[in-house]
Design a protein around this ligand. Structure first.
Ligand code: FAD
Length: 410
């Protein structure tokens, strides 16, 4: 089969790309190994809600028009939104079609799937930046009786083995899972690494409203001093409700806090003595963000009083060492981040860490693009709300390429 462009993946990024290609009259297909929005359906826990309010689902040519624009949508609500989006422009999505190999084929590409082959001039990789849980090598040092899960395989407290749980990582997934486990009556130890603390609400508004307004999410990779560090920033330590899930609140709910996990040998785990340093660093960054918001609000939105919802950051350091068996911990949740994987890609565009080398999603291989990458251009590039800029930019690039391909008399 032939088409101009194959988009791989029908998450929000693949769909946004499809819409922008359709708007420019570019023939394409979107190949999806599962169902549309598959990763939301199968790689999130049961109580999952988006951390971004519904109004932050602006996709190319589409916006949320439901009842409550401030709601944090559940997975079924989000999947319906994506399905409605795909229907709105008759997106050419081929579900249950897994791409097994992408290789160069003359000036174009050969895309092999478990349902036949596609030849095309362009490929857009939209298979998700968060496609694989990043688990540190020390996980191999845990005894086999300890069950190990991650935010993509954890579902709910009742499905874990009885007993305590060690959650490793205190960004968005880690703190929400630790909170849910503690609420269900489990003993929870949370190993805290570097994190970005924010209050859910500030000065009477959702924090993301402020970050959107002040332009903090629109900062581009060209504006930051250290692009590598910026692309490695942890996710926001936020929950999808007014219930705070910051460290102070978790501690008040009985979660024991420890420093970064630094070793696991047999049943013994060790934590760094860095909890105070880590939380202090997070507090410094928090104060910087809030000061930017205050400056913006004081200048442009007079009359909105600064409020006191800023989370307290001083916490009691917990254990430096634990024997998991002795304290009854039978499960470890690795909430240590995600990374992308491209096992089917034979075109040499990956760097030594396995990430795609690119500039604004354009790789060195002509016609090979990616979308939905961390800080692809703007900080919010992996957010549902951020993808529209990259989709339009790449579609313009593809359209320009297409016009060069056409014989002049056409
Ligand atoms: C736990 C978590 C919470 C998040 N919460 C938010 C939030 O609240 N708000 C927000 O804006 N963003 C959030 N994000 C970030 C981002 O929106 C999601 O990661 C989102 O899923 C990325 O969309 P995507 O389209 O780039 O990739 P995905 O949704 O991962 O879509 C990629 C698609 O490609 C398909 N695919 C993969 N390999 C193949 C193959 N070989 N062949 C065919 N198809 C393939 C997959 O099945 C999948 O459907 C969150 C991310 C995580 C991990």
């Amino acid at each position: 089969m032939h088409t101009n462009t194959v988009v791989i993946g029908a998450g929000h990024a693949g769909l946004a790309m499809s819409r922008c290609l359709a708007d420019r009259g570019l023939e394409h297909v979107v190949l999806e190994r599962g169902r549309l929005g598959e990763r939301w359906r199968t790689a999130r826990w049961d109580s999952f809600r988006l951390l971004t309010p519904a109004w932050m689902m602006r996709l190319p040519g589409h916006a949320y028009h439901g009842e409550n624009a401030d709601a944090f949508l559940t997975v079924p609500e989000l999947v319906s939104y994506l399905a409605e989006y795909a229907r709105s422009f008759d997106a050419p999505v081929h579900e249950m079609t897994t791409v097994t190999r992408v290789s160069r084929d003359g000036d174009g590409y050969l895309v092999r799937t478990d349902r036949g082959e596609w030849r095309c001039s362009n490929v857009v990789i939209a298979t998700g930046y968060h496609s694989c849980a990043r688990v540190p090598a020390m996980a191999a040092g845990l005894p086999s009786e300890v069950v190990q899960v991650n935010p993509a395989s954890y579902r709910r407290p009742g499905l874990l083995a009885d007993g305590g749980v060690l959650v490793v990582g205190a960004s968005a997934s880690g703190v929400q899972i630790a909170d849910e486990l503690a609420q269900s009556g489990r003993d929870v130890v949370l190993a805290v690494g570097s994190h970005t603390l924010l209050p859910r609400r500030y000065r009477g508004r959702d924090i993301l409203w402020w970050l959107d307004r002040t332009g903090a999410l629109d900062r581009t990779i060209d504006d930051v001093r250290d692009p590598v560090a910026a692309r490695g920033e942890p996710s926001l330590q936020l929950g999808a409700s007014e219930r705070p899930v910051n460290l102070k609140a978790l501690q008040a709910h009985g979660v024991r806090l420890a420093g970064r996990l630094i070793g696991a040998e047999a049943g013994d785990v060790r934590f760094a003595d860095d909890l105070v340093a880590t939380t202090t660093a997070a507090a410094v960054r928090l104060n910087r963000v809030l000061a930017d918001i205050d400056r913006y609000a004081d200048d442009r939105i007079p009359g909105v009083a600064a409020d006191a919802t800023v989370p307290a950051t001083r916490v009691r350091p917990g254990p430096r060492q634990l024997n998991l068996d002795r304290v009854g911990v039978r499960t470890v949740v690795w909430a240590t981040g995600f990374r992308p994987t491209y096992p089917w890609l034979t075109v040499p565009v990956l760097d030594e860490t396995g990430r795609i080398r690119h500039h604004r999603g354009i790789t060195a291989a002509p016609g090979l693009y990616a979308i939905g990458l961390r800080f692809q251009h703007r900080r919010n590039a992996t957010f549902i709300d951020g993808v529209r800029h990259d989709a339009a930019y790449l579609a313009d690039h593809l359209a320009a390429r297409r016009s060069l391909e056409r014989p002049l008399h056409h």
